[in-house]
Design a protein around this ligand. Structure first.
Ligand SMILES: Nc1ncnc2c1ncn2[C@@H]1O[C@H](COP(=O)(O)OP(=O)(O)OP(=O)(O)O)[C@@H](O)[C@H]1O
Length: 409
């Protein structure tokens, strides 16, 4: 069979079938189109101004690595005049984040960007390994998400930077839209679809330049540019509800590739109909305590079927057949059981500063401080746990010991 020619340049051989629209294109055109689409997202939302200092939330994963690479390219190509740096949060997860941070350190050299790393240990006195040893694996994503959102703000403040960009992509936004629809939480739907979010109390703006980029295209971009990124998933359990929303989105995408963007657009349209009940500065959606803002691979259900891992494997095995067309077909995955989701009432929130740490909160005490309070109350017992094996058996034993101590006291 004669090789297919790229529909864009009409010259080179097509080696990619774009997941977004099924167009057959060559490698060079794919990379350029992907970058141009991100550029259009940036310019149409007026995300940056010349001379702006911007911190890239860098986890070492594919999304933030692609974000850093693309921003560097666009900054040079279109003279954005941005001063870019990498900001990493070390959640303190041995065998996961320590390894991914090594990738970020290499990226800092590759992209010639300064890197700042801030740890939960130094910020909160608790690493996620310690949190999980105390509370178990169930529900740990809540702690991690709340802490990370604050940590990114605090890291930016430390650097004197007022804008943090994250690698949230179209799939992430579509998942958030679905979750909030299923929960009947329209105000949160509005916050989740916003490309720019800022808090009413901190002057740090958040944005998602990859908001319209498909996750599969991000993987393809990373692959074809041979970017150095970290693929292992978080060792702690994913959030079940988001995992189910993710499976739903991926199933819809298989039938109709445009579904992801359609869901994002529908989310935006619906958001425009919802009264802006808790906007931050400049009328932007306030998200400091919103789950869509902090970002977490496991909380985003990365483990729900390991589709991206399968795709990466397939791309690697296509390596030898570089000149052939690459069509990504994902393995069928069994649907995951949804977690229990309460239906929150729509209510107006009053934004204020946390009495303890000063961070933005809709309550007198922010979520992070409330979580820390609970953890710190049991601190002495947790300290006994330090140094013990990190296995499920050990933490179960510790919890049993704690129960016995509580019963005795
Ligand atoms: N530990 C971290 N330090 C800094 N930024 C982070 C960290 N974890 C997540 N983020 C930011 O939040 C975004 C969304 O994270 P999430 O883990 O949900 O997605 P992901 O697809 O796994 O991202 P990535 O591929 O970049 O790890 C990331 O792209 C990154 O910008």
């Amino acid at each position: 069979m004669a090789p297919t020619t790229c529909v864009n340049c009409k010259e080179a051989r097509a080696v990619i079938i774009r997941p977004k629209n099924r167009q057959k294109i060559c490698r060079a055109c794919f990379l350029h189109i992907f970058e141009t689409e991100v550029h259009e997202t940036i310019t149409s939302a007026n995300l940056f101004f010349p001379g702006e200092r911007v911190a890239i939330g860098a986890s070492g994963g594919k999304d933030s690595t692609v974000l850093a690479a693309v921003l560097k390219t666009l900054n040079e190509r279109y003279n954005y005049g941005l001063d870019l740096c990498l900001l990493s949060i070390d959640e303190g997860i041995r065998g996961y984040r320590d390894d991914s941070l090594e990738t970020v350190k290499r990226n800092a050299v590759q992209y010639e960007m300064p890197l700042e790393i801030l740890g939960y240990g130094e910020l909160y006195g608790w690493t996620m390994d310690q949190v999980v040893a105390q509370i178990g694996k169930k529900g740990n994503c809540t702690y991690c998400g709340v802490f990370r959102r604050q940590a990114l703000d605090r890291g930016a403040a430390k650097l004197g930077i007022k804008h943090v960009v994250t690698g949230h992509n179209a799939d992430d936004v579509a998942e958030t839209v679905m979750m909030n629809l299923l929960r009947g939480d329209l105000p949160r739907l509005s916050r989740g679809t916003s490309i720019v979010t800022d808090s009413g109390a901190s002057d740090i703006k958040r944005s998602k330049p990859l908001k319209y980029a498909y996750e599969k295209e991000i993987v393809l971009y990373a692959h074809h540019r041979q970017l150095d990124y970290f693929t292992t998933e978080c060792i702690y359990s994913p959030e079940a509800f988001r995992g189910s929303a993710r499976t739903l989105i991926k199933d819809l995408e298989k039938i109709r590739p445009s579904s992801i963007l359609d869901i994002v657009k529908s989310g935006e349209d619906m958001a425009a109909l919802v009264p802006n009940q808790d906007s931050g500065k400049n009328g932007q959606a306030a998200t400091a305590e919103d789950e869509s803002a902090g970002g977490c691979g496991s909380a985003n259900g990365r483990s729900s079927g390991g589709e991206m891992a399968a795709m990466e494997e397939q791309l690697a095995s296509n390596e030898d057949a570089g000149s052939r067309e690459t069509e990504i077909k994902l393995p069928k995955t069994a649907p995951k059981k949804a977690g229990k989701a309460g239906k929150p009432a729509i209510k107006t929130q009053t934004l204020q500063h946390c009495e303890k740490c000063g961070y933005m909160s809709s309550q007198a005490i922010c979520k992070a401080c409330m979580l820390l309070d609970g953890l710190n109350r049991n601190r002495p017992k947790t300290e006994i746990n330090i140094g013990m094996e990190d296995e499920e058996g050990s933490s179960t034993l510790m919890r049993q010991m704690e129960k016995i101590q509580l019963t005795n006291s």
